[in-house]
Design a protein around this ligand. Structure first.
Ligand code: C2E
Ligand code: MG
Ligand code: MG
Ligand code: MG
Length: 283
């Protein structure tokens, strides 16, 4: 998994294949403009509770509606934002939009939780917990409805500082999740030491779940581990019914993936939810 690890680590700060230095500079300038003009938008991907069959939460995934290049996925601009020191602004925009949308959905009876991804620099930012608290207060959203997803690589950058930030977030009542679990520096010591509520197993294990006995064994033993640690296990990247069936049989808690729903804009999520039987709607 060496190559993959770079996605959230320092290696990704090398220029992308498609960005020579000039394009890179251009993209950076565009990104500053985009942040000023709020051209970034959140898409939301549902999380399905396998015990109840209900959608109980969503994950916010940032998108950039670029005026010339069209809709860009995070891989096309997050590394640059991280390198250019724009991640605090970006994270605050994503968080505010996510919490505001969550407030709106909850006001109409959709008592969902909201997961937001954080980067290496976000977890080094000691001002972050106070900003999160401010946003939760401003929109009147309970802290335990917010899940912050962090990758294992985050913990390697400056473990002491990121653990301090995590502890402060946890004191607010926000829940913490380890994203892409199993692909980074998965030290079992971290699982014991960190105040984490959820494990999110990387999709690479899920894609071969039904064809590769080793992948299946890893999924099942991680399920057992999360259960024994009192954590919720989320499996991401569920792309077919066979995988979903196996996960149900193995008593997995939560699943996410294209087979359930793709990430979608906020207004589409509302109609998607409306098209499901009674789902997550509590009167
Ligand atoms: P992630 O948090 O692990 O999110 C899952 C990614 O897998 C998303 O890609 C999602 O669209 C994709 N995905 C979901 N279901 C499936 C599936 O069944 N099959 C496949 N092949 N893919 C699936 P996306 O939106 O391109 O995001 C990529 C990564 O960018 C995210 O990985 C996350 O690490 C990062 N990211 C996204 N939004 C933010 C953000 O607001 N802040 C930060 N710091 N990172 C973000
Ligand atoms: Mg995530
Ligand atoms: Mg992930
Ligand atoms: Mg990821």
């Amino acid at each position: 998994y060496g190559a993959k690890r770079g996605r959230h680590g320092f290696e990704v700060w090398a220029p992308d294949a498609d960005t020579g230095s000039r394009t890179r500079l251009q993209t950076l300038e565009d990104l500053r403009v985009a942040l000023d003009a709020e051209q970034l938008d959140n898409h939301y991907q549902p999380k399905l509770d396998l015990h109840t069959g209900r959608v109980t939460g969503v994950e916010a995934l940032v998108r950039w509606q670029h005026p010339e290049r069209g809709l860009l996925a995070p891989g096309a601009f997050l590394p640059l934002a991280e390198q250019a020191g724009l991640m605090r602004r970006l994270a605050l925009q994503v968080l505010e939009r996510a919490i505001r949308d969550l407030r709106d959905w909850r006001a109409t009876g959709h008592f969902l939780s909201m997961a937001v991804n954080l980067s290496v620099s976000n977890l080094q930012d000691v001002a972050l917990p106070e900003q999160v608290r401010f946003l939760l207060d401003t929109y009147g959203v309970p802290a335990d409805a917010l899940v912050l997803e962090i990758t294992e690589d985050v913990l390697m950058a400056d473990a002491a500082r990121s653990q301090q930030v995590m502890a402060a977030l946890r004191r607010l009542g926000v829940r913490l999740s380890i994203d892409d679990y199993g692909t980074g520096y998965s030290s079992l010591a971290y699982l014991r030491a960190l105040p984490v509520d959820e494990l999110k197993l990387d999709r690479s294990f899920v894609s071969s779940l039904t064809t590769d006995a080793k992948a299946a064994a890893i999924v099942r033993s991680t399920l057992q581990l999360s259960r024994d640690l009192g954590m919720t296990m989320v499996v991401e990247g569920v792309e077919d019914e066979a995988a979903l069936d196996a996960l149900r049989r193995w008593n997995c808690d939560v699943a996410q993936g294209y087979h359930i729903a793709r990430p979608m804009p906020a207004d589409q999520l509302v109609s998607w939810l409306a098209g499901r039987p009674a789902d997550a709607v509590v009167s």
